[in-house]
Design a binder for this molecule. Structure first.
Ligand SMILES: [Zn+2]
Length: 229
């Protein structure tokens, strides 16, 4: 992919998460990676979204060294980089503090799969990380946020679970590119909202059966996918 195209995509993803109401103020960021060159494009730190232009975006390598751009990269860059290293199949990462997903993260609860809307995109509950230890917080906090996510995903396929809730913080989502990751972040927020209201209406609501979960997830994803809208 041309760097120009990657910049355009990452700009669009950053604007999309604001348009869709997932991000207020500067609580969010989107990035994308070109796997061939190992170049990562991410939102700069502290620039208002309504003034954000493609040339403001920062280009780094996988170690976080800035190779293009005048501005500082988002301070969450290190978390994004850990995710790109841990999940070689992904091409975009989005972080938000969207209201309902963050509510579950703060409550310290995975989002249970209570219905087929959820099962269309996640093959089970949306995972929750452990809390970071004091040492992890006080040393390389953003790197360690990525590492705590990677630890949670040991033995878990990130394509079957395209988001995570970082305990006491908020969600990270990913996809094949930055726009796909933004789309995942939007779906996650919708799923988090529906699950929240379901639990309010019926605190005893139970997850759907494994067979209904498999039916909905596997008809859209995986080798035997057949469903399209
Ligand atoms: Zn955050």
């Amino acid at each position: 992919m041309q760097l120009r195209e990657l910049r355009t995509q990452v700009l669009e993803a950053n604007l999309e998460i604001v348009r869709s109401g997932l991000v207020i103020s500067t609580f969010g960021n989107a990035s994308g990676i070109d796997r061939d060159s190992g170049r990562v494009v991410i939102k700069p730190s502290g620039v208002d979204y309504d003034r954000l232009a493609s040339d403001d975006l920062v280009v780094t390598d996988l170690e976080g060294v800035v190779v293009e751009g005048q501005l500082r990269p988002s301070s969450d860059l290190a978390t994004h980089l850990e995710l790109y290293k841990a999940f070689p199949e992904i091409g975009g990462v989005v972080h938000t503090h969207s209201r309902y997903a963050t509510t579950w993260a703060q409550a310290g609860r995975e989002i249970p799969c209570l219905g087929t809307t959820h099962a269309d995109y996640f093959h089970g509950p949306v995972p929750l990380t452990e809390e970071l230890t004091q040492e992890e917080i006080e040393s390389a906090y953003e790197v360690n946020t990525g590492k705590v996510i990677a630890r949670r995903f040991q033995g878990v396929d990130p394509q079957r679970f395209p988001s995570v809730l970082v305990k006491g913080h908020g969600p990270f989502s990913w996809g094949k590119d930055a726009l796909d990751a933004a789309h995942t972040a939007e779906l996650l927020e919708e799923i988090a909202h529906i699950a929240y209201t379901t639990c309010v209406l019926n605190p005893n609501a139970k997850p759907i059966s494994q067979s209904l979960l498999d039916k909905h997830f596997l008809r859209k994803h995986g080798p035997k996918a057949y469903y399209g809208q």
